[in-house]
Ligand binder design. Structure first.
Ligand code: ADP
Ligand code: MG
Length: 260
């Protein structure tokens, strides 16, 4: 006789559950067999509780997959943000963005501030809310985004990239201004922003350079103002002026010495 025929119904049930990918249910079965035998659960309630556990596992895995797809550099939420450390953050405006109403309108947001003040944290936190609301979100470091578009341009596969970026409900462009952008990069970013503008797709930008000085970043005032024009049309601009959270444990005198 084969092993399968010899196996007990309970073992075969476990094997079936594993084969079906019901890996949360499988380990629960022995306990539920006892609960049903002891009359503590009827069969339907037992099945309901086991399938609810499986469903919760599946929903968690779906959330985690969608968070991975969003390409965040880290996952932090508004609950992790210490508002008292950074009083210049317009809390009401950030919380309004977190309601995601801006996505319905295709509005944009720009966080301006020096390093460490929480620009990436806040944009990720808003993006996280959007992911949890089943919106397609993509986080891109600006320099990498430019490299990605240039390489697609050079390979003749830009159309595919445009389709991806046009489909995204929320695009986060992080660290605009940390590195200069050449003519090809600036033209490609303009096309990206313009396509999303026409489709009323929202973008969040974080930058250390005020919008009025983007000409320096793009090395060209005309392209810079064309990009700024579209991004700023329906936009919440938030300037954060506080200290770097990364340097919070240093005394002010330590920071001064570093800068000397
Ligand atoms: P920026 O993008 O402005 O350079 P980040 O958002 O990357 O700064 O912040 C740097 C680090 O400090 C991150 O780990 C972030 O989560 C944390 N951080 C910044 N500001 C706060 C804050 N007010 N409360 C809690 N954590 C913060
Ligand atoms: Mg940052």
């Amino acid at each position: 006789m084969s092993a399968a025929v010899q196996a007990s119904p309970l073992n075969r049930l476990s094997a079936n559950l594993e084969a079906l990918g019901l890996d949360a249910v499988a380990p629960m079965v022995p306990d539920y067999v006892r609960l049903v035998a002891d009359g503590e659960r009827d069969l339907v309630t037992a099945m309901l509780e086991m399938t609810e556990a499986q469903l919760a596992t599946k929903l968690r895995a779906d959330d985690e997959r969608r968070i991975r797809m969003a390409n965040f550099p880290f996952v932090k939420t508004l609950a992790d943000f210490d508002w008292s450390f950074q009083p210049s953050v317009p809390r009401g405006a950030v919380e309004e963005l977190a309601t995601l109403a801006f996505l319905e309108r295709g509005d944009n947001a720009i966080f301006v501030g020096s390093p460490g003040v929480g620009k990436t944290h806040l944009s990720v936190a808003i993006g996280y809310e959007a992911v949890m609301a089943h919106r397609q979100v993509y986080f891109a470091d600006c320099a990498k985004l430019v490299r990605d578009l240039k390489s697609a341009d050079d390979k003749g596969t830009l159309d595919r990239r445009w389709r991806f970026f046009e489909h995204c409900s929320l695009l986060i462009v992080d660290e605009l201004g940390y590195l200069g952008i050449d003519k090809q990069g600036a033209d490609l970013l303009f096309q990206l922003v313009n396509r999303r503008y026409k489709l009323a797709r929202s973008t969040i930008v974080t930058t250390n350079v005020g919008v009025g000085r983007w000409g320096d970043v793009f090395g060209d005032n005309v392209t810079a103002s064309a990009i700024a024009d579209r991004l700023c049309h329906h936009c919440t601009v938030m300037r954060i002026t506080g200290r770097s959270y990364r340097l919070r444990d240093l005394a002010a005198s330590d920071i001064d010495e570093k800068e000397e």
